[in-house]
Each structure stands twice: as C-alpha cells, then as structure tokens.
Design a protein around this ligand. Structure first.
Ligand SMILES: [Zn+2]
Length: 328
C-alpha cells in the first residue's frame, strides 16, 4: 500500500499495508489521534486502497475506482463529512443502520467512514454498536476519534484500533514547507516543535496566526510563573479565556522552555524551543527540582484538558499549579 499525503507513522503504515496487501482489512477499523494528525486523510486512503482495481501497489491513483474516490464520488464510499452534531443523532444513525444492507454498487466491498465519533452520545454509540455487531460481509467501517477512552468499551471491543503519533520534527518541517512554501525554514521548524509534530495543527497555526500568538504568549507566561506576584500570570492567562485555540500550543512551548532551562542547569545549551533567553532566565531563577515539577505539571494539565474540564476552571488551575510547582 502507498500513503501519498500521509507522513510518518511507519509502524501504522506497515500494519495497514499487511491488511491491504493480504486483502484482510478488519471490518471495523478505529483510527485514534489528535486533531491534525491525519486521521481523515488516512481513512480515505484506506477506503481508496480497499477498492482500488490495480494489481500493483494500492491505491494506484489511476484506475476508475481511484479516480472516483479522489473526486469524492465513489458510490461505495460513504463518508460523514461535517456537521457531526446533527448527523450523530439517533435518527440519522438508525437510517445509516438500515442503509448498511445496501449491496456494493460496483465493487466487492463498501466503506463507511465516520470521523470524530467522540461527538456521539452514549445512546448514539449504542445505535452504532448494533450495526457493528452484525455487519454484512461486504461492509467495512473506518471510524476515527481523538482518544479511545471517549468511547464505550463495547464499541472498542468490536474494533481494531490504530493509534497515530506525531511526526519527527525534521520531517514535519519539510512537509510544512511543501504545503506552505512561503513559510521560512525557521518558522516551519518552530511550528512543528510548538505543535508537537502534529502537522495539521502546525499548518492551521501558521495559517490562522495562532502560531505567532503562541510564540509571543508562552515565553511571557513562563517568566510570569516566577514573577514576585501572581497578577501577571493571571492577566496573561486571561488571554486564553477567549482564545482557546492557543492552549495546546502554549502548553507544548512551555514544556520545551522548561526542558531547555533544565538542560541549561547542567551547563549544556541544546535548545529545542525558539525562546533561548527565556530558558536562560528560568535556569538562573529556578532549581532543577522546580523545573522537573513544572515539566510534569504541563503533563498533568494536558491530561486535564483531555477530560474536557470547564475552561475557566482549567485556566485557574493552570495558574495555581504552575505557581506551586515553581515554589512560589
Ligand atoms: Zn486504483
């Protein structure tokens, strides 16, 4: 199988290639990964490869089936494209269940792609489960989600799960440069680092300007963590009250700055963040123990985010946890 437009994730590629080449794709495949990690691109590639008529590497991109899939009008690929909130309700899912028994139009198989199924309530997941429990032989499902813990265990037990990971920074940098040729190498590389090697997020961040805002805000926040009083930190955090998109990038960049400061404490300069001055100031101000606690605090805050806690409460916790970790 070939993976045009989908980078990194070599192990995932090997697994999928063995499925496609052996013509034994699982009936229900779940692709797990953060926003921007290529879940949808991969889901479409798998369906395209599954229906490709070529005897060589799939998807060939040239056969009639590949051309229809590319144009988004293959009769044997059904995909919920957007408006998940209205589609992932009981009635549309019941209709989908009935349509499951429609035979393939021109292929041996039919694919149903349901992205971001974490938007389904438990009740709706239970309707989906009914289809997954007894799928006709010709029907294959490709589901995607952010995190498998958001799904019912009964759904998970029916799926083969594939987890996507971030892409190595140098490779991510090259791809960002290819997609946004006007971006400088430095910006592309910094965006790849700030967005943790998640290419889709880096592209979005550069395009909508949130990358610049993260670059500006995170170093200021890092310095505010060690400021004499907590007012500066509260004031800066308030910027993320409305601009929620900044939070993940800011946490990623803070982790890099704290890490660089810790490395500098050992006398080595090996910066991963684009803010070496900030790391230097923190290295002078904080003890290694505090820096280690700050790094693990970022991890804790990330997992709190995944639990979708109230945003205002989250920002308050962010302030207090960082101040405590810095021994303030
Ligand atoms: Zn083909």
């Amino acid at each position: 199988m070939q993976f045009e437009g989908f980078a990194g994730n070599e192990k995932v590629k090997q697994t999928l290639s063995s499925f496609v080449d052996g013509e034994r794709l699982p009936h229900v495949l779940l692709i797990e990964g953060p926003d921007g990690s290529g879940r949808r691109t991969l889901a479409r590639l798998i369906a395209k490869a599954g229906l490709c008529k070529s005897k060589e590497e799939k998807p060939c991109g040239e056969c009639s089936s590949c051309l229809k899939a590319k144009g988004g009008n293959h009769p044997d690929i059904f995909e919920i494209k957007d408006d998940f909130i209205s589609q992932y309700k009981i009635q549309p899912m019941r209709e989908l269940r009935q349509s499951a028994y429609i035979m393939p139009n021109e292929s041996e198989q039919r694919f149903i792609i349901l992205p971001d199924i974490q938007h389904m309530s438990e009740t709706v997941q239970n309707v989906l489960l009914k289809i997954l429990e007894e799928p006709p032989d010709y029907l294959l499902f490709i589901l995607t989600c952010e995190n498998r813990t958001q799904l019912l265990p009964t759904i998970l037990s029916r799926t083969v799960c594939i987890a996507l990971s971030s892409v190595e920074i140098p490779l991510a940098t090259d791809i960002i440069k290819k997609i946004l040729p006007d971006t400088s190498h430095k910006d592309a590389s910094n965006a790849a680092a700030v967005f943790g090697g998640i290419i889709g997020q880096a592209i979005k961040g550069i395009s909508d300007g949130s990358f610049r805002r993260v670059l500006e805000l995170a170093p200021e926040l890092a310095l505010a963590v060690v400021a004499p009083d907590e007012l500066t930190l509260l004031r800066l955090t308030a910027r993320m009250e409305k601009d929620r998109d900044l939070v993940d990038g800011v946490l990623n960049l803070l982790a890099l700055i704290f890490r660089d400061a810790l490395v500098r404490r050992t006398g080595v300069e090996d910066d991963m963040s684009p803010s070496p001055e900030t790391a230097q100031t923190l290295a002078r101000t904080l003890k290694p123990n505090n820096l280690i606690t700050l790094i693990s605090t970022v991890e804790e805050l990330r997992s709190l985010r995944q639990q979708h806690i109230n945003h205002t409460l989250f920002l308050t916790l962010l302030c207090s946890r960082f101040r405590t970790a810095a021994g303030r």
